[in-house]
Design a protein around this ligand. Structure first.
Ligand code: ASP
Length: 594
């Protein structure tokens, strides 16, 4: 047998017990070692065994013997073969464990020793195994539906698709490839290439600010279908997700029915987020028309604002709730909400000892008929927040963020139970996104001068003919044929029906986004391909790292990636990226400026 040596127990000079872990550490079995064999000849294996450190990779030869079944049938999370043991006759170490490497049960390895984290943490290896099973389930489902797996180039070109790219300089002076932020353009080209249904587990690269669940390189299950629209794609993605949940977790999601849908405006209005966690029930309500004018003036400097509110049922006394909210607003998490130029959150605490339960400032009209979900009990928190009375753009509202932050704080303090306790996966399609959003500082967008960027990417089609008509006159009102799949507050992926007409595509680049000619020319290949009789098509991409994180109930995508990058985009094990040497700079004709 091959395996890793486990802990050893020396019973006497002549007798030792040790464990051997199978190479996959699925099971272990006890070795029994004596200094002499049955005929009294001395055994060198006993000396060798006693000289080896735990975790040494070994080859052993011995004889199985029945044993008195051990009490437990697991050891350190491994299956213990508890009715047999191995009478050791021969053992050879296959490598050494250095003296300075101490591996104990509770040793915590840093991410620079990712190999030891993986070797010693069963849960991490298990995540990778589940990831492999999930991938097989998706491939099976897609191939069954006549999708074919096609690899597209990783050395691509720089185009203003939306995210910041990584450039790959070449030895040809002044030339560079770019790593793909997604295979979007190639997969659309495949649709013009007579491929009906394409998929790929694609590595994507985005040089973005690394938020908690983002990696500079990540995996997407990317797919595209020709002669297809939103419904076809949603159906296919639901099939994949259901197959994966079934094969990995043995969970039947929405059997016989489709995932529900919610419009983007509704998600933003009711949950303050375009990725609502439907497990957290208390919704946000617009109560502007029920509030007295003078109260509105007190809580915001905005003219004709919208006032939203939500209630948090906490189940503690009014006094304790006041303490909770004031501690929160004084904390670093709470501070930014006080600095909101649209006004601070207005806090009310349900208190039966006060007139109108502590809500008299909200006025008689409100107190007489509050929305059912905002009726407060003693100790409940009611929070009001003003915002500009405009359609929503972006990923979340201030009140939406406050609602989540307060929930998190209350869970951390043990005041309310976590929504995670409420098991289950609440999937929802978010539809009817705006096709364009105001350009912001963090995303490069398409670099046009219209002050607009594509919400999804510039290849997404307007939803209806009536939307297409608004492209020139009111682009901010155009609804997109774009949809995201969200589960438990996490965006699993997004997709859309694409523009397959070259004139409309160029019109969007030039007249709506107002991109410079030079940048439009970066997309000439795509425009030419669309012009060649490209059929209508639609597609989607699932963020595979995120899907695995949600499915396995992990906190971070790092738990489901073998070699993740750190928050600074570095791989601490191989120590990448590295400083470029002068000779490398010379090879690529590059010069560093101060
Ligand atoms: N390429 C898109 C993305 O990476 C997905 C899609 O539209 O298919 O988000």
């Amino acid at each position: 047998m091959y395996g890793y040596l486990g802990a050893r127990r020396d019973v006497s000079k002549n007798l030792s017990f040790a464990m051997i872990r199978s190479p996959d550490q699925d099971y272990c079995i006890q070795i029994i070692s004596s200094s002499k064999d049955i005929e009294g000849r001395s055994l060198d294996s006993h000396r060798v065994l006693r000289s080896l450190k735990e975790w040494t990779p070994v080859k052993i030869i011995g004889t199985f013997k029945e044993r008195q079944p051990a009490k437990d049938d697991t050891v350190l999370g491994m299956r213990l073969i508890n009715h047999l043991e191995i009478d050791l006759q021969f053992i050879v170490p296959l490598n050494e464990i250095p003296i300075d490497l101490v591996i104990k049960e509770d040793t915590v390895f840093s991410s620079a020793q990712r190999h030891l984290q993986l070797r010693t943490e069963r849960a991490l290896r298990e995540n990778l195994r589940q990831r492999s099973i999930a991938k097989q389930a998706a491939i099976k489902q897609l191939t069954h539906n006549k999708f074919i797996e096609i690899e597209t180039p990783v050395l691509f070109k720089s185009t203003p698709e939306g995210a910041r790219e990584f450039l790959v300089p070449t030895r040809n002076k002044g030339f560079a490839y770019a790593l793909p932020q997604s295979p979007q353009q190639y997969k659309q080209i495949l649709m013009a290439s007579g491929i009906e249904k394409y998929f790929q587990f694609a590595r994507c690269f985005r040089d973005e600010d690394l938020r908690a669940d983002r990696q500079p390189e990540f995996t997407q299950l990317d797919l595209e279908m020709s002669f297809a629209g939103e419904r076809d794609v949603k159906k296919c993605i639901e099939g994949v997700v259901k197959a994966v949940w079934n094969d990995v977790a043995n969970i039947q999601l929405h059997p016989g029915s489709e995932f529900p849908e919610m419009t983007y405006q509704e998600a933003m209005a009711s949950y303050g987020s375009d990725k609502p966690d439907l497990r957290l029930e208390a919704k946000i309500h617009n109560i502007t028309t029920s509030l007295p004018e003078d109260l509105i003036k007190k809580i915001t400097p905005l003219q004709s604002p919208a006032i939203d509110a939500f209630k948090m049922h906490i189940g503690i006394s009014a006094r304790e709730t006041r303490k909770f909210i004031s501690n929160f607003l004084d904390s670093p998490e709470g501070k930014p909400f006080l600095l909101n130029p649209d006004g601070q959150p207005a806090v009310f605490v349900g208190d039966t000892a006060q007139p109108l339960s502590g809500l008299s400032a909200l006025g008689h009209e409100y107190a007489m008929a509050p929305p059912e979900e905002l009726v407060v009990e003693d100790g409940d928190l009611l929070i009001l927040q003003a915002r500009k009375n405009e359609p929503f753009f972006g990923g979340s509202t201030t009140l939406g963020n406050l609602r989540l932050a307060l929930h998190k704080a209350a869970v951390a303090q043990g005041i309310v139970s976590s929504v995670e306790k409420n098991k289950g996966f609440n999937f929802v399609w978010i539809v009817d996104f705006p096709l364009f959003s105001p350009t912001n500082d963090t995303d490069p967008g398409q670099g046009g001068t219209a002050g607009l960027s594509s919400t999804h990417h510039p290849f997404t089609a307007p939803k209806l003919a009536s939307d297409a008509k608004l492209l020139l006159t009111a682009p901010e009102k155009v609804i997109a044929a774009h949809f995201d799949l969200v589960v438990n507050g996490v965006e699993l992926g997004g997709g859309s029906r694409r523009i397959h007409n070259a004139e409309i595509q160029e019109f969007i680049f030039r007249d709506v986004l107002k991109m410079r000619n030079e940048r439009i020319e970066d997309f000439r290949h795509l425009l030419d391909v669309l012009r060649s009789g490209c059929p209508p098509h639609a597609g989607f991409a699932i963020g595979w790292d995120r899907l695995m994180t949600v499915l396995l109930g992990k906190d971070s995508v790092r738990d489901v990636i073998a070699f993740p990058k750190s928050g600074k985009g570095e791989d601490p094990l191989v120590k990448s990226p590295t400083v470029m040497t002068q000779s490398q700079l010379d090879t690529y004709h590059l010069r560093l400026t101060e």
